[in-house]
Design a protein around this ligand. Structure first.
Ligand code: HEC
Length: 105
């Protein structure tokens, strides 16, 4: 699914039980920035299939900037990297929490 949101309120309206339904992203600080910046070119699923530390997410972003025409994320980059390394971190706790949220749907 390819999405292009431009309005943060539209994103908020699509959150149910802690999950942004159209993408499957876990609700949290930075969700809006991630949905806006990370779903125009590929599915959210491609993002969520990956888990990484802060440094790991920054490398993935740099790789897309170097090779896939990803634009400079400016001040949103820190917000996005914090979100991703919190909810899509390479550890069991994050995985279980994500699973639990899906089970609530
Ligand atoms: C300008 C287009 C574009 C945007 C915007 C974009 N990406 Fe990507 N991204 C790509 C392309 C192209 C690929 C390679 C897709 C493929 O292999 O099918 C990719 C691949 C990925 C991968 C898989 C990397 C791998 O090693 O398999 C991840 C994770 C990812 N993107 C995360 C993100 C995140 C997080 C954001 C938001 C900050 C984002 N993308 C925004 C173009 C983009």
């Amino acid at each position: 699914m390819f999405l292009l949101y431009t309005n943060k309120n539209d994103i908020k309206n699509d959150i149910k039980n802690g999950v942004h339904l159209p993408t499957g992203f876990i609700n949290g600080k930075g969700l809006e920035e991630v949905v806006i910046s990370c779903t125009p070119c590929h599915s959210a699923k491609l993002v969520m299939q990956n888990r990484a530390t802060k440094g790991g997410w920054i490398s993935i972003i740099r790789w897309m900037q170097d090779t896939q025409n990803l634009w400079n994320l400016g001040t949103n980059e820190a917000v996005i990297v914090n979100y991703l390394s919190t909810y899509y971190a390479p550890n069991q706790k994050g995985r279980r929490e994500a699973y639990k949220k899906y089970r609530m749907l």
